[in-house]
Design a protein around this ligand. Structure first.
Ligand code: BES
Ligand code: MG
Ligand code: ZN
Length: 491
């Protein structure tokens, strides 16, 4: 969606559609705080039943004047950036149903948020809700067409204009991230995702290298190679660099789990758990589009994405429970369960990143454990890190962007659960306790000294139902979070 900043003083044509955002207190404030347009509507419409509750909308078509979409913001005191995003989403929903292509949005004056923040949040909600994955609907979704542009009216449009440009980039990349995750695993396969990464090399500052099966074996990436054994596709390791600050030597490495389909391997997933497992590359997709967003924003940071890509499949050559494989860092791992494959490919990827790229910090993002869904549901991601600085930066970025997360502990006692009789480590513990922490603890064993954080997005990256500005299925979680966190971290 194109976002255009406009001066609040401009007037409207009779063919325009205008969105007005109102808090529950609006009736008391008639005549002073509310926009003049509302006074106009009130004379012509019975507004008795519109109470501006959270999520409430009212479409007001008037003869010979602009049409209006009223959107409820709920109680004034409870307003947040997230509730404004969700209100933006309700407006887009009305527009899509009514096939409205262009919407004029009047940013409300709010006590709780400065006008530029309100404008940005509403714009984010508009863009992020303007999505559906209908590639395979042969009849198209005639009643659900995308909105093409939003004219955002504020009193400080010069200040808001460049911010809206950034919103447009970040949101467009979040939607592309969703597309790659929603795409069937047959098409979003390891080789195809690596190709997608290679395409980004045309952007200024971006370089891409892809390592294939032989190179990975030669480099002794034994864990990534093991997981990929059952698949018809070769494993791929994408190294995608964006140098936005060439004078500085520091890099942030973002490592994304890229299992394009997780059948569970020989520990096959049962019905009810296998159907949506094309989502298992959501971490890789978030990293890929974070790099694209950074390049398009011309962010003055150096970021390198490391994406281990493969399928977890069954065949006569699949890796087996009881097998032992040696990782890039030389540690041996007994396979207790072939369905705990994500931590294996990440172990090799973080060890490779630390050893070869020597980054200032490593952030991995992964649909790692069903246990994270049990703990947090689909609302927030799990964060595991020994670094106070990374915990702070990521938590704050989560609160700012709405891609929220919550820290869990990494006490060393959890290591005892990963002991193996025959190898240095097992990839699983014997029970089901503390599954998300155990997953993080496993990866921690493959990072030597670089500050590192692990984000478990098993719940937040794929929704079982739509919520506010996020649709059902792929949510694009992480693209905006990673950029915001990297922006706030030192160079
Ligand atoms: N990809 C799954 C985790 C997952 C579950 C992601 C649900 C999204 C939704 C991961 O590879 C997995 O299978 N984890 C196992 C680990 C277990 C065998 C220790 C799990 O969570 O059951
Ligand atoms: Mg698995
Ligand atoms: Zn998995």
């Amino acid at each position: 969606m194109k976002l255009i900043a406009r001066d609040r003083k401009l007037t409207f044509g009779s063919k325009d559609t205008i969105a007005l955002f109102l808090t529950e207190e609006f009736k008391k404030e008639m005549g002073k705080q509310v926009p003049t347009e509302l006074m106009f509507i009130r004379e012509k419409t019975n507004m008795e039943h519109f109470r501006a509750k959270t999520g409430e909308t009212l479409f007001v078509p008037l003869a010979g004047s602009p049409a209006f979409v009223l959107a409820g913001l709920g109680k004034k005191d409870e307003l947040t950036r997230e509730s404004l995003r969700n209100a933006g989403a309700t407006v887009v929903e009305v527009c899509r149903k009514k096939k409205i292509k262009s919407i004029s949005v009047i940013v409300p004056d709010l006590e709780k948020l400065p006008p530029s923040e309100a404008a940005v949040s509403i714009a984010e909600g508009l863009c992020l809700a303007n999505y559906s994955f209908t590639r395979y609907k042969t009849r198209g979704e005639e009643n659900n067409r995308a909105v093409e542009e939003a004219l955002v009216f504020t009193s400080s449009h010069e200040r808001v204009a460049p911010l809206l440009g950034e919103v447009e980039i970040l949101c467009a990349n979040t939607l592309l991230c969703r597309d790659l995750v929603n795409e069937t695993s047959d098409r979003s396969n390891p080789v195809a995702v690596a190709q997608e990464a290679k395409k980004l090399a045309r952007l200024k500052g971006v370089r891409c290298t892809v390592l294939g099966r032989q190179e990975l074996e030669k480099m002794k990436m034994g864990l990534l190679s093991a997981v990929s054994r059952g698949s018809g596709y070769p494993p791929q390791l994408v190294v995608l660099k964006y140098a936005g600050n060439p004078r500085n030597k520091n890099w942030t490495a973002i490592v994304g789990k890229g299992i394009t389909f997780d059948s569970g391997g020989l520990n096959l997933k049962p019905s009810g758990h296998i159907e949506d497992m094309r989502c298992d590359m959501a971490g890789a997709s978030a990293c890929l589009y974070a790099i694209k967003a950074a390049a398009e924003l011309r962010l003055k940071k150096n970021i390198v994405a490391v994406l281990p890509l493969c399928e977890n499949m069954l065949s006569r050559s699949s890796y087996r429970p009881g097998d032992v494989y040696v990782g890039y860092n030389g540690k041996s791992v007994e396979i207790g369960n072939t369905d705990a494959e994500g931590r294996l490919i990440l172990a090799d990827a973080v060890a490779f990143a630390e050893d070869r790229l020597k980054p200032a910090r490593i952030i991995d993002i992964a649909t790692l454990t069903g246990a994270c869904l049990i703990c947090f549901g689909e609302i927030i991601a799990g964060l595991l890190t020994p670094s106070e600085e990374l915990a702070q930066a990521l938590f704050t970025a989560g609160e700012e962007t709405g891609d929220r997360l919550w820290r869990m502990p990494l006490y060393k006692e959890y290591n005892d659960d990963l002991k193996s009789d025959i190898a240095d480590l097992s990839n699983v513990s014997s029970g089901r306790n503390a599954g998300t922490i155990i997953g993080g603890t496993f990866i921690k064993n493959f990072v030597k000294k670089t500050p590192w954080a692990h984000i478990d997005i098993a719940g937040t990256s794929w929704y079982s139902k739509p919520r506010g500005y996020r649709p059902k299925h792929a949510t694009g979680y992480g693209v905006r979070l990673l950029i915001e966190a990297i922006r706030n971290l030192p160079d």
